[in-house]
Design a protein around this ligand. Sequence first.
Ligand code: F3S
Ligand code: F3S
Length: 113
Amino acid sequence: TYVIGEPCIDVMDRACVDECPVDCIYEGERALYIHPDECVDCGACEPVCPVEAIYYEDDLPKALEPYREDNERFFTETLPGRDEPLGTPGGASKLGPLGVDTPLVASHPKPGE
Ligand code: F3S
Ligand code: F3S
């Protein structure tokens, strides 16, 4: 799978979303997350991100490695304010912005902090 890392936080350019042929890039409150089981590894999203937030999982820089599991957690864990995990919705656009993040992303310092 491909993974979205920390550079996306509070930037959320969304150019990646338009490129994804399987609509597997989901929008949280402060970042976007790639569904690890829905991503077909086409790689189309990676070059269009203006802040280089997207990497193939095996090519993640060391500092961004926690985001591999964190992208997965967005779907497998019950996030704050929700009753159950998102699971495998099979498409991000029908859900729209989800208004919630993983603890890792939510705890990231806000700009200016
Ligand atoms: Fe984020 Fe880059 Fe996509 S900033 S929304 S990963 S284009
Ligand atoms: Fe979509 Fe990027 Fe995967 S375009 S299929 S999330 S490699």
